[in-house]
Structure formats: C-alpha cells, structure tokens
Design a protein around this ligand. Structure first.
Ligand code: HXC
Length: 514
C-alpha cells in the first residue's frame, strides 16, 4: 500500500472505531442528557492536548455470543492530556459500547494508563460510565477490577486520583472511585450503587429507582461518597479543572504557586462574628476574608456541613482549610464530620499542602445515636490524622474550643506548629454552664437562691477558664492576636514553615482507626 493509501486507511480505521457503539447508541446517550466519552475528554483537556493510546484494542471474549460482537476500543478511551498546562493521564468509559462494561481488555487499557500515571507521577482522572463487570466475561472481568483496585491503592498518596461518575455506575465501577481522592457527580446523570435496582428487586423484592438508590444528591448529601456536586457535565469539568490548579502533580512536588492576590473582602474581619458567643455565623466568610482573592474552593459542601474543608491560597500557595461551621449543629464533631476532616487532612499531608484550622466548636456531639454510630472510632480519626501529619499545621481559635474538640482540632498537643487565638477564644473542658452545674452542684443546690448562685458560679468559671489567657500562660497558645492580624500572621506562619522538617519513628505504616 502506498504511503498516501496507508494514511487514508488509518483515518478510515480510526473513524470507524471512534464512533464507539454506533449512531443509535450515541443517540440514546445524548437523549439521556449525557455527552459522549470523546466529548467529555475534549471538554476536560486543553484544546488539542489529548493523545489517545490503544484505540485499536479489541476484546477477546468468545462466550455468550461475544465472538460475534465488535466492541470498539473495548468500551474505554485512555490517553494523556493537559489541563491548564498540567499533564494528566485519563480514561473515559464509553457507555455506548456494551454499557461501558468492564471486560479483560477494557481493564488492561485502564491498568495501562494507571501504570503510566504512576510512572510519570502525574494525576489520574477516571471518567466512569459503566454497568460494572462485563457479565459475559465472568472471572476475567472480576480479575480486571481487582487489578484496578490494587493500582488505586498503590497510587494512593503518590499521585492525586480523581473519579468522575457520569452514568449509572455499578459494582466495580464504584469501588475504584471509592479508593480515589476526589469523586465528582452530576445531578440526574450520576448513579452509584453496588447492586442495581434489578438485583434488589430479584433478591429483596423491593422496587426502588436508580436515583433514590444512589443518585448524585444521595452521594453528595447522605453517604459522603461524592466530594463535588454539579448541575451539568460542563460545570463538573470546570470544577475538576479548578481542583487541578490547587493540587500538585505528585507527592514529591508542591502545588503550582500563583501570583499572590489580596482578599476581595475589604471589611473588618471581627464584624463577621456576632458579639453574642451563642449566635452562629458562617465560618466560610472568615476563610474568604483571609484567602487570596477571597477564593475558597469548598469540598464536600453538602455532606456533614458542620465541618468545612477546602482549598484556598495564601500568598499564592495552596493551603488546606479545616474549619468548624457554627451555622450547623454549632460546628460539633460527629461521626461524619470527623471522617470528612480526617480524610482531607491525610490528603493534604500526603501532598505537601499546609493545613490551616479555624476552630469554634463545643466538642464532640453527645448522645446515644452518635455513641452507637461509633463516634469514638470515627472521632479518633481526627486525632490520628492531625497527629500523623507533618506538613505545616496552623490553628486559629476564634471562639469555643471545648473539651475533646480543643485537643482534636489541631492543638499544640497534637503537633500544631503555630497556635493563635482571638481574644474571644474560650478554652475549657466544657462550656461554662455545664461546668458550673457539675463542679458547684452542692453550692448551687444549697443556696437560698440557686439561680442566682448558678449565674455567679458560671461567671466565676468563665473568668477563670473561658478565655485564651490560661492556655497562653502555659504556652499552649503561641499568641493571642487581634482578628485583623489573622491573614498577616497566617502568611508569616506559612513563610516560616516552608522548610519544615520532622522525623517520625520508623515503621511500615500506622494503623489508623478505619
Ligand atoms: C455486560 C452490560 C452490563 C454488564 C450493561 N450492559 N451492564 N453488559 N455486562 N455489567 C449492557 C446492556 O446489556 C445493554 O446492552 C447496554 O449495556 C446498556 O444497558 P441498559 O441496561 O440498556 O442501560 P440502562 O437501562 O441505562 O441500565 C444501566 C444499568 C444496567 C443500571 C448499569 O445495565 C445494569 O443494571 N447493569 C448491570 C449492573 C451490574 O449488576 N453489574 C455487575 C456488578 S458486579 P445492549 O447490547 O442491549 O445495548 C461487579 C463486580 C465487581 O462489578 C465488584 C467489586 C467489589
């Protein structure tokens, strides 16, 4: 064949395979409001940056009529591209080809790009749109998933791993995302479940819709499996691109630094907090008041909202924020908010991102529900994650820091590098009312006017402990600062800790309270 003919032949072959499952299946995909796998890649990567691998890979299955089926690319597209100039490896499952189901060759393509991402030390992005293990390929599909999970685990903490759920994802198609760092979902499009409605109907005789079982909102609000919720695929891709700007390529580099920008917030930071310590306020306003350009990129916004986590920049450098949210449940630590904070702290620690903690909370949430849901085990994750982290760790106590909450929220005792407190901080074993009722019980009960005595004792306790000065006198707090100094001191702390180095006892790995 002449060169010209062979080039034409290549183009013809490419065109055929790039059609995925064909016009009818693509029509069905579009009718569901979904982009095709190729459109998704184009929407995510910088223009013309995507380079595809293994376009011509075909399945080798023979059973259940598979020998007569041509599955273009075996239902998955893999390759490399860039996002705002940062290299990424990615795969996108093509639901138009056998429901994006995962057979042996499909899995081999995914593991190839995962190996590549790990070798090149660049982030991996997986766009999942798959009915899970390809039923006709039996144990080969299960083997394929196992090999993906194994690689997800090896890559964990080495390169950032991002999963995008853009279709009905079942079985293995949700367990791989669960092993990754960030999961993105889109309203009405994303579904995640281990077993689909048809299996539930067969096994349990119950009718449930895919949406109610595992729709985007279920995972963004209830299970916490999803980290980002979008209303459209385009919004989802914009979120992923933004995330990529905040995180490094791997665990041996730092996130890209941006030109420093002052916050857009021009008011007085102390005016953001009500003068009555019992009144709530939105902690995100405080974060926006200190970060560059007032740009705070929140993660898991809809789940466990009593804890706020996310990225911002200080002097152009990425910082992870962990903050109690007084607007919700007074910002208490409970089972879900503990999990949320602990995992994020570990991500920041693995990827060289300093952590800033804003504290205003009355402690762990009491009650039978929480105790039985395992608040001891889950709450311990926060203690573990902060103690384990060796990145710069800075805490600002704004108001309440009571009991276990004081210790847990990156206290000096867990290795904080800089502890600052506003003059409004209250650091005590518990709130003054509860404390006075316990330690002055007899005096209050035997008083002529118990209410008056209680008030007096509460005030006495407040004066003694509900302030930052007892902790500051012991050196547990490094500085009591004016709120207006917060950004300046955070910038300074980040600058001073740029070369922080700590050593830990040698071990294979710790055993966190999973
Ligand atoms: C083979 C599959 C498939 C699968 C879908 N298809 N899932 N083929 N193996 N797992 C095919 C369908 O036969 C159909 O082919 C096409 O994909 C589109 O599927 P539909 O059912 O028409 O689409 P929809 O109504 O949107 O339903 C999507 C779905 C449903 C909810 C994903 O297909 C479904 O329930 N699939 C099975 C899910 C599942 O139980 N997977 C196994 C999980 S076990 P045609 O040719 O008709 O277009 C697993 C093991 C790992 O993954 C566990 C790890 C711990």
């Amino acid at each position: 064949m002449s060169l010209k003919k062979s080039i034409l032949d290549l183009r013809r072959r490419k065109e055929k395979v790039q059609k995925g499952g064909g016009d009818k299946a693509i029509e069905k995909q579009v009718a569901m409001g979904k982009l095709t796998a190729r459109e998704r890649i184009q929407a995510l990567c910088d223009k013309d940056s995507f380079t595809e691998y293994d376009l011509f890979v075909e399945h080798e299955a023979r059973d259940f009529g598979m020998d007569k089926k041509e599955l273009h690319g075996d239902g998955v597209i893999i390759g490399t591209g860039t996002i705002y100039g940062s290299p990424v490896c990615l795969f996108a499952q093509d639901f138009t080809v056998a429901g994006g189901s995962l057979g042996l060759m499909h899995a081999r393509k995914i593991t190839k790009i995962m190996d590549h991402a790990l070798k090149m030390r660049v982030p991996l992005i997986g766009i999942n749109d798959s009915g899970g293990a390809r039923i006709q390929e039996g144990v080969n599909s299960l083997a394929g998933y196992g090999e993906i999970f194994y690689r997800n685990t090896l890559a964990s903490g080495v390169i950032p791993q991002i999963s995008v759920i853009l279709g009905p994802c079942a079985g293995g198609a949700v367990y791989s995302p669960a092993l990754t760092d960030f999961v993105f979902v889109v309203d009405n499009i994303s579904k995640m479940f281990i077993t689909g409605p048809s299996v539930i109907k067969t096994v349990l005789g119950e009718d449930i819709s895919m949406e109610d079982l595992g729709g985007a909102r279920v995972h963004a609000e209830t299970t916490g499996n999803a980290h980002f919720f979008a209303r459209s695929e385009q919004e989802c891709f914009d979120q992923i691109k933004k995330l990529i700007t905040f995180i490094p390529w791997n665990n041996e580099t730092k996130a890209r630094a941006f030109p420093p920008k002052p916050p857009k917030f021009k008011g007085k930071i102390e005016d953001l907090i009500p003068s009555d310590p019992r009144q709530p306020y939105d902690i995100r306003d405080i974060i926006r008041a200190v970060v560059d350009d007032s740009d705070f990129f929140e993660i898991q916004e809809l789940w466990a909202p009593n804890m706020v986590i996310g990225f911002g920049r200080l002097n152009g450098e990425t910082v992870g924020f962990v903050a109690n949210q007084p607007l919700v449940l007074a910002g208490v630590l409970d089972v879900d908010s503990s999990d949320k904070a602990a995992r994020f702290i570990r991500f920041c620690d693995a990827f060289n991102i300093p952590i800033v903690t804003f504290e205003d909370m009355p402690g762990y949430l009491p009650g039978v529900d929480q105790e039985h849901a395992g608040v001891i085990r889950h709450g311990a994750k926060v203690l573990y994650a902060y103690s384990e982290a060796t990145v710069p760790k800075i805490t600002v106590i704004l108001r309440k820091a009571y009991g276990g909450g004081y210790i847990a929220m990156n206290s000096r005792h867990l290795g904080a590098d800089f502890m600052m407190a506003w003059p409004t901080a209250e650091i005590a074993v518990m709130g003054p009312e509860g404390a006075a009722n316990i330690i002055f019980k007899k005096e209050i009960e035997s008083a002529d006017d118990p209410d008056e005595m209680r008030k007096k004792k509460v005030q006495e306790y407040k004066e003694k402990f509900a302030n930052p000065y007892v902790a500051a006198a012991k050196g547990y707090i490094d500085a009591v600062i004016e709120p207006s100094e917060t950004r300046k001191l955070l910038l300074h702390a980040i600058e001073v800790s740029a070369n922080k180095g700590v050593s830990r006892p040698k071990k294979k790995h710790g055993i966190p309270p999973f």
